[in-house]
Design a protein around this ligand. Structure first.
Ligand SMILES: Cc1cc2nc3c(=O)[nH]c(=O)nc-3n(C[C@H](O)[C@H](O)[C@H](O)COP(=O)(O)OP(=O)(O)OC[C@H]3O[C@@H](n4cnc5c(N)ncnc54)[C@H](O)[C@@H]3O)c2cc1C
Length: 370
C-alpha cells in the first residue's frame, strides 16, 4: 500500500466501501484500510450449498432510498422475508403457544445471495490496489498540514500520510482502539463514547436444515420467547430452494453467554421446543456473538440498549484537527442512523463535504496570470 494519499478511509464496512466508491466516481485519490481479513464489517454471511445465512444484518425496508438504488445499480435482486403461517410464542415456562400475534417482520426485504453479495459487488467495482485488509489503524498524528496514520499491516508497522482521515468505524471502537496525537478534546471523546454502536452487544444463532419442516407444519418460523436463550426467531431461508434456515437473536446478557457449548445446547433445545424434534438436528448451527468482536463492540456496548438511539454527528465531533478528521459510520447518520441505509447516508454526507472542501480550496488557490 502506497504511503501517501489524499483521503484515508478507515473501516471497510458498508460505509467505508460506499465512501470509496463515491471518491472513485469523483476521481478523488483515496486508500481504504480494514482491520479484519474480510470486507463488510457487521455484514457477514455464511454460504452453505445454495443457501446464504446472514449473521449480522439481513433486512432493509421500503422508504430507504439509497440501499434500494445501490442494489438496483449493482444488478442484485431482492425478496421478501418469509412470513406465511402461524407465529409462535414461548412463555417463561417454555410452553409454546401457536398463532399468537402477526409476523413482525412482514414486508421486510432481503437480498438474494445474502448481504455479503452486496459487499462483494461493491468491492469488485473498486481498484484492488487502493484497498487493504488486515490493516489496523493504531495511532493518528496531526501536524497542522497532514495526518499521519500509524498502521499495522499483517504484523508490519507502516505510516500513511494523508490530507484527511475518515473514520468509518463505530465511534466507541475508535476511542478504544485508536490513539490520537495531540489527544482529542475531552468533550469529543465523551461524545464519541456516548454513541452506542447499533446492535453491537447482540448475538445471532442460525440453524441450517435440509427441509423447511416448520413451513410444512403451517408455521412461519416467527417466534417470540420469554424462556430464551433466543428472544426473537425468524425464518432465515434463501428465496428459493434449500438448504433452509431459522435464526434467533440471543437475549441473555453478553457475560452470561461466554460458554459456547452450553449456549449451543440451549439454542438447539429451544429450536426443538418451538419447532419440533426435527429442529434438534440441523445440518449446521452457526453462532456469531458480536459482543466478543472488538472490531465492532467496545466495552461500553455491553450495556443493553432498549430503544433505537437518536443518532447524529454531535457538534463535538465536527471541525476537528483543522477539518482533517471526519466520521462516517452509520452511527453518525441523522436520518437512518444504525441501519444499513444509515451507513450509506453517513458516507454520502462525508463525500459531499470532501468535495465541497476541495472546491473551496481550489477557488482560493492562486490563479496563473494569463
Ligand atoms: C446482529 C446484527 C443485526 C443487524 N441487523 C440489521 C438489519 O437487519 N438491518 C439494518 O439495516 N441494520 C442491521 N444491523 C446494523 C448494520 O449492520 C449496520 O448499520 C451496518 O452494517 C454498519 O456499517 P458501517 O460500515 O457503518 O460499520 P461496520 O460494518 O461496523 O464497519 C466498520 C469497519 O471498521 C473496521 N475497523 C474497526 N476498527 C478499525 C481499525 N482500528 N482499523 C481499521 N479498521 C477498523 C471494522 O473491522 C469494520 O469492518 C445489524 C447489526 C448486527 C450486528
Amino acid at each position: 500500500m502506497p504511503s501517501s494519499t489524499e483521503i484515508l478511509i478507515v473501516g471497510a464496512g458498508l460505509a467505508g466501501l460506499r465512501l470509496a466508491s463515491q471518491l472513485e466516481e469523483r476521481a478523488i485519490p483515496y486508500r481504504l484500510i480494514e482491520a479484519r481479513d474480510r470486507f463488510g464489517g457487521r455484514i457477514k454471511t455464511h454460504l452453505v450449498g445454495e443457501g446464504y445465512f446472514d449473521m449480522g444484518p439481513a433486512w432493509f425496508w421500503d422508504g430507504q432510498p439509497r440501499i434500494h438504488a445501490l442494489i438496483e445499480r449493482l444488478g442484485l435482486e431482492i425478496f421478501e422475508q418469509y412470513a406465511e403461517g402461524a407465529q409462535s410464542y414461548e412463555d417463561e415456562n417454555g410452553t409454546v403457544h401457536r398463532g399468537v400475534g402477526a409476523s413482525m417482520m412482514i414486508g421486510s426485504k432481503r437480498l438474494i445471495g445474502g448481504l455479503a453479495g452486496l459487499i462483494d459487488a461493491m468491492v469488485a467495482q473498486l481498484p484492488n490496489h487502493k484497498l487493504a485488509t488486515k490493516t489496523v489503524l493504531e495511532r493518528v498524528e496531526f501536524d497542522g498540514a497532514h495526518v499521519q496514520a500509524f498502521v499495522t499491516q499483517d504484523g508490519r508497522q507502516e505510516v500513511i500520510t494523508a490530507g484527511h482521515i475518515v473514520l468509518c468505524v463505530p465511534p466507541r471502537v475508535a476511542t478504544q482502539k485508536i490513539k490520537f496525537q495531540p489527544p482529542l478534546p475531552l468533550q469529543t471523546v465523551h461524545a464519541m463514547d456516548n454513541i452506542a454502536t447499533w446492535m453491537a452487544g447482540q448475538a445471532k444463532a442460525v440453524a441450517v436444515y435440509d427441509q423447511p419442516f416448520w413451513r410444512t407444519a403451517g408455521l412461519s418460523g416467527d417466534a417470540m420467547s420469554r424462556a430464551g436463550p433466543m428472544v426473537e426467531i425468524h425464518d432465515a431461508s434463501p428465496h428459493r430452494g434449500g438448504p433452509y434456515g431459522l435464526f434467533g437473536f440471543i437475549g441473555i446478557p453478553a457475560e452470561s453467554r461466554r460458554d459456547e457449548q452450553k449456549l449451543r445446547h440451549a439454542v438447539l433445545q429451544q429450536f426443538g421446543r418451538l419447532f419440533g424434534a426435527e429442529a434438534l438436528k440441523p445440518r449446521q448451527l452457526y453462532l456469531k456473538d458480536w459482543a466478543l468482536d472488538s472490531n465492532t463492540t467496545a466495552p461500553l456496548d455491553l450495556k443493553p440498549v432498549y430503544a433505537h438511539p437518536d443518532y447524529k454527528l454531535p457538534r463535538a465531533m465536527q471541525g476537528l484537527c483543522d477539518g482533517r478528521l471526519l466520521f462516517g459510520s452509520t452511527e453518525v447518520a441523522p436520518r437512518f442512523g444504525g441501519y444499513l441505509e444509515g451507513a450509506l447516508e453517513a458516507a454520502d454526507s462525508v463525500a459531499h463535504s470532501i468535495e465541497q472542501t476541495r472546491q473551496e480550496s481550489s477557488a482560493h488557490a492562486p490563479k496563473a496570470i494569463a
